[in-house]
Design a protein around this ligand. Sequence first.
Ligand code: ATP
Length: 259
Amino acid sequence: MGEEPALELVGLVKEFRGRRVVHELCLSVPRGSLYGLVGPNGAGKTTTLSMATGLLRPTAGTARVLGLDVWADPAAAKAVMGIAPDGMRLFEQLSGRELLQYVGALRRMPHDVVVERTTELLTVLDLAGDARTVVADYSAGMVKKISLAAALIHAPRLLVLDEPFEAVDPVSGQVIRTILRRYVASGGTVVMSSHVMELVEGLCDRVAVIAGGRVLAEDTVAGLTRGGSLHDRFLELVGAGEVVGDGLGWLGAGPQGNA
Ligand SMILES: Nc1ncnc2c1ncn2[C@@H]1O[C@H](COP(=O)(O)OP(=O)(O)OP(=O)(O)O)[C@@H](O)[C@H]1O
């Protein structure tokens, strides 16, 4: 029998007040992959990742992390995962350093290890100068970076990141790419959602395209793009449609402007 996948979703369903937004979704993320999840706004990426990581109870279906059932055995599954969900509520009145030390303590890590890793993460992510600033005063990009640091501090085996590059400057973006590549090279697995096709194409080895709560396609980047670009393949799969057409004719400085 082969190794269990790093993440395996089987028949995941989510309904909000009777409205189904994720439809019996199945996904298998092999260990050691850098896996991209792409899809239009409202496709169900965040909902799926939230169910996969124990943040949102599925209406039906199962999520397993390295063979551990996320909903039947949440403590064991969460111990091997690092997660940075979109819009995660952080303890904002803590400074960046305090937040990482708090997360390390929650993970029951030895204090000296937490202190050492905190300093290293803050330095690498260019947050050392703001280590004493409360997270409430961080910019959006800084929040992304401190969330990533919090997800990494216990050296998880699976990293699940919702839009990790959103609002991050190019230099930090490069640092994060290097961290993720290095993490995967050392045996970790990353699942990340993104709207930036070029980024996913350059960074990920496998991709799933999700729309309307269903997986439309799943393959290696090369298998999916077949020599073209992920951007074009994405538009082809989700249906580019007519982008604006003749709509918004009122927009501009014409005679009816400000009417
Ligand atoms: N708490 C909620 N209550 C009701 N509907 C919700 C809730 N959360 C998400 N939805 C709906 O579920 C669908 C999927 O949303 P989700 O946030 O998972 O999409 P997404 O792919 O992450 O989108 P985006 O790319 O815009 O972040 C949307 O139609 C959204 O309105």
